[in-house]
Write a protein that binds this ligand. Structure first.
Ligand code: FPP
Length: 243
């Protein structure tokens, strides 16, 4: 037997210059608050300020798309008080941050289920999406009532309901049924607070993402931490399964 021939063209792995598409699992709000003897809401509130700093720094660091995990399908299982506080905080944050985000040229979109949150919050989310739809400096994707397994199941059900021939089910078609098919796959996924897991976030989209974990708690995160993560990313070699 001769040597196996390589399929496809030669592939030169390159160190990428910058991660244009970044996703962040914003973790550690509760611990940040507990260390100060404060309720979880105080940590989440500080978390919104960290998000503000990060969004402000992102375009200057070459980031074009930023996806953040704000509320998972599993977070409904938290104590009722914390869930209620979070819904109120999301609404307050959308109202407070809108003018600044708009001024910065940020286009905001929400990724996830829309049918389980308060009607007033859904209206604010839709309003924010509509009013920032012409902005192009940074795409901000806020994963809200989001879970990857639910998202993939939803896509599979939609294809079956549409009578899709199994032979036509490929990656492109499945992607077309995800919550936000136009959201780019992340180049880099950052998780704060020292935990090293995916927690059901962008599992399909992160198939070839690089990962960066930091022990910084989310409320302490900011532009310098984002820059450090991007610097680490720039030293990676991306192979996409090739040699
Ligand atoms: C995880 O920390 C964080 C959350 C569940 C909520 C994240 C939300 C924000 C930062 C607010 C963003 C606001 C908008 C409008 C997008 P945790 O509570 O799990 O922390 P712990 O693991 O230390 O308990």
């Amino acid at each position: 037997m001769g040597r196996l021939r390589r399929a496809g063209p030669a592939f030169e792995p390159e160190a990428p210059a910058t991660a244009a598409n970044v996703a962040i699992i914003m973790d550690g709000n509760g611990r940040w608050a507990a260390r100060r003897g404060l309720p979880p809401l105080a940590g989440h509130r500080a978390g919104t300020r960290a998000l503000h700093r990060t969004v402000e720094a992102a375009p200057g660091l070459g980031v074009r798309s930023l996806a953040v995990y704000a509320f998972s399908t599993e977070n409904w299982g938290r104590p009722e008080r914390e869930v209620d506080d979070l819904m109120t905080l999301f609404a307050e944050t959308i109202e407070r941050e809108f003018p600044d985000l708009d001024r910065q040229g940020v286009r905001v979109r929400f990724v996830g289920r829309r049918d389980r949150c308060p009607d007033s919050l859904r209206a604010l989310m839709e309003d924010m999406e509509a009013r920032t739809s012409g902005n192009t400096r940074l795409d901000l994707w806020v994963a809200f009532d989001y879970g990857s397994r639910a998202e993939i199941l939803h896509a599979v059900r939609a294809m079956i309901a549409a009578g899709t021939d199994p032979a036509d089910v490929d990656e492109a078609r499945l992607r077309a049924h995800l919550h936000a098919p136009e959201m780019p796959d992340p180049d880099l996924v950052i998780r704060t607070s020292g935990e090293m897991r995916m927690s059901n976030f962008l599992l399909w989209q992160s198939a070839y993402a690089e990962f960066e974990f930091t022990t910084t708690l989310w409320p302490d995160f900011g532009g310098a931490d984002l820059e450090a993560a991007l610097r680490a990313y720039a030293g990676r070699q991306r192979r996409f399964g090739r040699r």
